[in-house]
Design a protein around this ligand. Structure first.
Ligand code: PLP
Length: 402
């Protein structure tokens, strides 16, 4: 892989014809070390956010030993990339064949579920995988449905059992599991630490209702990154309230606290370089889009930071929207993306903070989707981990009490 100082150096050296993905391994390693050192429990990496084997190796080297995998393909990928890693199959609806293969061939012992049907499926499939005997080494995590009200992307509809059924499901799961967990997901890009307090209070109610011994509390993902218009509080605040609330839960003496960050571990890992192929007033036609790494920019109106990669451009900027390269009208990104007024065809733009749910979403629709990959040494466009962040809730003359 070619290593350059920054995106401008890549443009000067290669003038890439395809969208180029820029990797920043130092940024991902820093994020991983932050979670490993500061989260008051174990941090699993949610592989779906970015399954790049290069990234997986960076996270492993930085101390992330456990991986949240959600499909048999992710199980195989992580097992072949990191043979020593602990894999946790945290999708609450799995194919029986996936459970059998995961248990038998890849050493997976941790599974999540949110229904008695899935519990039965896990019981039968792991018994088959264990030569006809119910295994005694299963860790089963019951997923609770919690509110996504503080998050930019909801995960509240599809998965999770409600308090009305959680008690019974926890009791039934306790019969099968060697180790019993409760997990949830507050939604992605959670903008308030309170989301986790509220969810953990629901966990408390479920445990009290079930009167079972719980060994693991898994607070899921949802830890935020920094994007234009989305300045979350420092992650230390999230960790602090999670720790305090967890400590007051009625769990086993030797219980463990887990989290499963995806976005927060990899958002800073990638940016991309795109080329402007046409300008129509305040609309720029670029060579990546809704079917490429910019799915979220198109489909959920996510705003990513941008910069023009040309010396001598006008200092005056104006808001632009983007069209991607496919023939689909939906291949459109509203932004607004603030760029110099004299931007023109042939110019290159760097779009930042695309490590999470960016490169991972690429398709080959309409013949696009190829890309070149470079490593760069400069800083990502924003960082939670550099130690120079100001708390956005604290202004010069108003101090908020935590
Ligand atoms: C079960 C589970 N854990 C963790 C994650 C990662 O979430 P995030 O990227 O918001 O941290 C997801 C994302 O969908 C998920 O479904």
């Amino acid at each position: 892989m070619h290593i350059h100082q920054d995106a401008l150096a890549v443009v000067r050296a290669a003038a890439p014809d395809q969208p180029a993905i820029l990797n920043r391994p130092h940024a991902a390693a820093r994020a991983a070390r932050f979670f490993v050192e500061k989260f008051p429990g174990r941090s699993l990496y949610a592989v779906k956010a970015n399954p790049s084997p290069d990234l997986l190796r960076v996270l492993w080297e930085a101390g992330v030993t456990h991986y949240d995998v959600a499909s048999i393909a992710e199980v195989r990928l992580v097992r072949s990339t990191l043979p020593q890693a602990t894999l946790c199959f945290m999708h609450p609806v799995k194919a029986p064949s996936a459970i059998v293969e995961a248990y038998r061939d890849h050493g997976v012992r941790v599974f999540s579920l949110d229904s008695v049907e899935e519990l039965e499926k896990i019981r039968l499939a792991t018994t088959e995988a264990n030569g006809g005997v119910l295994p005694e080494d299963l860790t089963l995590c019951v997923r609770l449905r919690v509110s996504s009200e503080y998050s930019e992307l909801s995960l509240a509809s599809k998965f999770g059992c409600d308090l009305t059924t959680a008690g019974e499901l926890l009791q039934a799961t306790r019969q099968v599991a060697d180790s019993l967990g409760v997990c949830f997901h507050v939604g992605s890009q959670s903008m308030s630490p309170h989301a986790y307090v509220q969810a953990l209070e629901k966990v408390r109610a479920a445990i009290v209702d079930a009167s079972v011994t719980v060994d693991i509390i898994d607070v899921g993902g949802g830890f935020p990154s920094i994007y234009p218009g989305m300045e979350p509080p420092p992650l230390e605040d999230y960790f602090g309230v999670i720790d305090r609330t967890y400590e007051s839960l009625p769990v086993s003496y030797s219980a463990e606290l887990w989290c499963e960050p995806g976005r927060a571990l990899c958002a800073e890992y990638n940016s991309i370089i795109v080329r402007v192929d046409k300008r129509r007033e305040d609309e720029l036609f670029i060579n990546d889009g809704a079917y490429g790494a910019l799915f979220d920019a198109a489909h959920v109106g996510w705003r990513f930071p941008v910069r023009l990669l040309r010396d001598g451009a006008s200092a005056e900027t104006e808001p632009f929207s983007f069209y991607g390269p496919t023939c689909d009208d939906m291949d459109h990104m509203d932004g607004p993306f603030e760029l110099p007024v004299d931007i023109k065809p042939g110019d290159y733009i760097e779009i930042g903070m695309l490590g999470a749910y960016g490169a991972a979403m690429k398709t080959a629709f309409n013949g696009f989707g190829a890309n070149e990959v470079y490593e760069v040494l400069d800083e990502p466009m924003a960082s939670q981990y550099r130690g120079d962040r100001r708390d956005p809730r604290v202004s010069d003359n108003v101090v908020s009490l935590r």
